[in-house]
Design a protein around this ligand. Sequence first.
Ligand code: 26V
Length: 801
Amino acid sequence: MFIDKEAFKNDFKKKIINMYAEDIEECSPSHKYFALASLIRDYTSENWLNTNKKYTNNKEKQIYYFSMEFLIGRLLHSNLLNLGIRDACKEALSDLKIDLDELEEIENDAGLGNGGLGRLAACFLDSMASLGIAGHGNGIRYTYGLFEQQIENGYQVEVPDNWLKEGNMWEVRKENKAVKVNFGGKVMPTMENGKLKFLQQDCETILAVPYDTPIIGYDNSTVNTLRLWSAEPLNKDFDFESFSRGEYSKATEYKTLIESISQVLYPDDSRQEGKILRLKQQYFFVSAGLQSILRRYKKLGEPINNFHKYIAIHINDTHPSLAVAELMRLLIDEENLAWDEAWYITTNTIAYTNHTILSEALEKWPIDIFKTLLPRIYMIVEEINRRFTDEVRERYKDENKVNNMAIIGNGQIRMAHLAIVGSHSVNGVAKLHTELLKYQELKDFNEFYPNKFNNKTNGITHRRWLLQANPKLSNLINETIGDSWIKEPNNLILLKPFAEDYYFRKKFEKIKLENKIAFSNYAKSTYGMDIDPNSIFDVQVKRLHAYKRQILNLFNIMDLYRRLKENPNLDIVPRTFFFGAKAAPSYYLAKKTIKLINTVAYKINNDTEIHGKIKVFFLPNYSVSLAEKIIPCAQVSEQISTATKEASGTGNMKFMMNGALTLATLDGANIEIKDAVGDENIVIFGIRKEEVLDYIKNKNYNSYEFYNNDFRLKYILDSLINGSLGVPSNEFIDIHNSLLKNNDEFFVLRDFSSYVEAQNKVDYLYRNRDNWNRMCINNVAHSGIFSSDNTIKRYYEDIWK
Ligand code: 26V
């Protein structure tokens, strides 16, 4: 898109007057931000309309990505970049004495996700739009996103994330497209014109109102849609009947109850819990999404039997897997299809991605809850299960197998089984993860459906994670190899020869330092942290989970500190360790780990004896916008999960793309990163999947062996409970127990010495700074293959067709 600078300035001034009846001079920065966002949305409206028209006129196949989470972060910067008008805007605003960077910082993050799964959905939206693919998001418009994390006395404190408080300029409320969603009641089988029909009676009907956000493609005029649903009472204001009977509080209670459905995002917990509200959320957005898709489809004038030829629905993990039963219900009850016809359409429409093999994270719903809330859906699930188990029984004549594979079993509905049976494709998110699904966790299903399972290694949008987050490096890349990589990320490989160019390496090093200085200044003014920009920036940012092993990182730091105390002249390259991680509010050990990190950080950072050689900082409230700040200045990327546990990881890709060296176990996509960059450009440590699986199978791991045989581990573990950390000696007893009495589920002690060695290797490698830079540049050069553009192309060709 082209904008004329003078015309833009006029538009902007007018916008401020129209929205706020203020002159630009008296207008607050926040009003300026909202006016600018609103203006940019105006600029996209025509393309948005035209994109939709084009899709309808050409009857293009539409892809709908169903996800409970879309962790999109901020939109102003990325929208300006994708429209190709950011430089022009920046200049024009600067004429008006306005700093665009400052306005961009005002925007609240749309934090509608927990972590990797939600951010992946956001990266996919960007890639689909940028590739000109008709792909849209379908989800929930949570009034509150993932909680804001504050740190008080080293502990995590959760504060509600009221992200919509000041308004959201990107969304459009589409009241005329609202649909009704039914809960509860009973099902009445009735004969209608000689046909058996299932009427739902005495349901509670809720209104689902869509809010649409434009998803702007990069330099291609495509504008797709992210449709997020908000729950409202049917009766606009509140329950009039109660109200007119004088039951005022009951009337408003009712409204609150209904609105609670889209009120808040569930923080993924230490265990999956069968919360009714979460099941309501799932049915709510799945049903609303499917109804609106069906309504649009019918306008095309195509017969219902062709539905799957024009529509693909992708379900992000099992959270939207009710889509299988709900689409069946709509096709049978509303469109009058027979079971077999409906089943053919459903299974050919839906595809499912699995994002974890951790069994405690797999969703299961107690039958009683499910049946009461969704009686008709339950009937359909029962019938799907009946037909499926008949087939399994017929084929294997093995009741054990039938029970293991059944969708309903042990009083529960197993959502993963429903998703597998009801879809035509099941994919894992990295090679290793898919192998584990096919040959371990879902082995029976892979045998039963030999062509269903496939791999789609995750990716990240290089436009946000490099072009936007790291403008200095992007400019250097543009000067060196041109800017074709923005549309063709694989072209980043053209940088490879420049890894051998001394002057290029120097320029690269300078940019990394400038990024580090900028972040240090930010951290000083925001958190009061004193950071040495000349130290190595070593970063672990991700959700806090035992399997991600933040504790392993911390144990190396504690060991390093011990060595420094013993020998203050110890020759190490100064290092700053950064952590950023939210713990689920009910995940006790994760929260204790945050306290432990902060306790160790306090002790180390205030110890003048070690001459500031190491420092530890916990960055509060890790989020998309914080990630955009810390990743471009990172030098060591900590990807240290227990092998087999991290399905893919996507942070690992963001770091390599910004020229950090990966320090990793052979887990998830780390393996593919290693294959891409070569052994000489990555540091690998730790036990491999075979050893992990052996330990689990043979139950022969004994963490005490490592504790007893390694004085460093003994020292560290003892210090957790002997009061030497300056907190009561029982503060960390449960962490201690998890590692010793409870036998260290994630093999932290097993991997400790290998990790320390790897960290020493990092120190050693950094001393040859010139070669270090060479390694980093190689990482950037090979990162293009991890662009989500590539991932989306593979989904498009293999799954959505
Ligand atoms: C949820 C839970 C909840 C209960 C117990 C522990 C636990 C562990 C993990 C999860 C997350 C499940 C789904 C998820 O977010 N998976 C992440 O998806 C990313 C995108 O595919 C992938 O890169 C991450 O490796 C994967 O953990």
